[in-house]
Design a protein around this ligand. Structure first.
Ligand SMILES: [Zn+2]
Length: 284
């Protein structure tokens, strides 16, 4: 099951690529547009995103929700779903409190079919699929022993990836790389490598790297937490705990969430910025 989850993004991307690669370059270029997935919030998210019109947010959410159903059925069959009622309730309550504030970034997300479950797994991991299907692993709870504020930080971060449609952006990049590759091969008559296609893509669209996705998820997550009345500074202690686990077997979450030194100062600055919101929220 774990491997399937890890493979989730790659599988969705490949499936969509197979369905849409027939579109061709002209269609791709015509269909690729700068979009605004979220408003900038107090934390000031203003990076331009380029999405292919060939893959809609709806189609990606639909794929995600099918994958999610099947994953949850498997987890249930293996007796690995929501086994700890108290922790499940805790995770679902915190997630709900955060989801109540997603409209600060995008109003349509309030009506997404959000879902969150607690999966039995030793992995230190949590994720949110496109469209709002989430999981938190017991491994994260057991290893990190997060406070509610820290749990809100990690769930808020994952929610932010979905709000910004980072997966869809990734798919768009893959498509650009793939199509750029085939065009290059046609022009030069050579069998271009994937590297070349990726480079061409980068030059053509100057697409951001995943570091920018992580930075955005950090900042939006921090603001969501503050709005929901969770201490935004807990993001700092959360990631410090995560890194302290490191050692010979770093947490799964860190392998997909690179954590350079600059990250802590960026999170700290964002947390300071939303402190007034947090203080207001706590008063209510
Ligand atoms: Zn992330």
């Amino acid at each position: 099951m774990l491997k399937q989850i890890v493979m989730f993004n790659r599988r969705i991307i490949n499936k969509i690529l197979r369905r849409t690669m027939v579109g061709g370059l002209a269609l791709f270029l015509a269909a690729c547009a700068s979009v605004q997935t979220t408003s900038s919030g107090v934390v000031g998210i203003d990076r331009k995103q380029y999405m292919s019109g060939l893959v809609s947010g709806e189609s990606l959410s639909l794929e995600a929700s099918q994958q999610y159903s099947s994953l949850m059925s498997q987890a249930r069959a293996q007796g690995a779903l929501d086994n700890n009622p108290a922790q499940t309730k805790r995770v679902q309550t915190i997630a709900r409190n955060l989801i109540n504030h997603v409209s600060a970034f995008r109003p349509d997300a309030s009506s997404w079919k959000w879902e969150v479950h607690l999966l039995d797994s030793n992995e230190v991991n949590a994720w949110c699929m496109p469209g709002g299907k989430m999981a938190v692993y017991t491994g994260l709870i057991n290893a990190i022993k997060p406070t509610d504020d820290e749990l809100a930080a990690v769930i808020g971060h994952e929610i932010a990836h979905a709000l910004r449609e980072h997966s869809r952006e990734q798919v768009s990049q893959q498509m650009a790389a793939g199509i750029g590759l085939s065009v290059l091969a046609a022009i030069t008559g050579s069998s271009a490598t994937a590297d070349l296609g990726a480079q061409l893509n980068e030059v053509m669209f100057a697409l951001p790297n995943s570091r920018s996705h992580e930075a955005e998820a950090d900042r939006i997550g921090v603001e969501l937490a503050a709005r929901a009345g969770y201490d935004p500074r807990a993001a700092l202690t959360l990631w410090k705990k995560m890194e302290a686990l490191g050692g010979s077997r770093p947490p799964e979450l860190l392998s997909t969430h690179p954590s350079p030194a600059s990250r802590m100062s960026e999170i700290s600055a964002a947390a300071e910025r939303v402190m007034p919101i947090y203080k207001q929220a706590v008063k209510r």
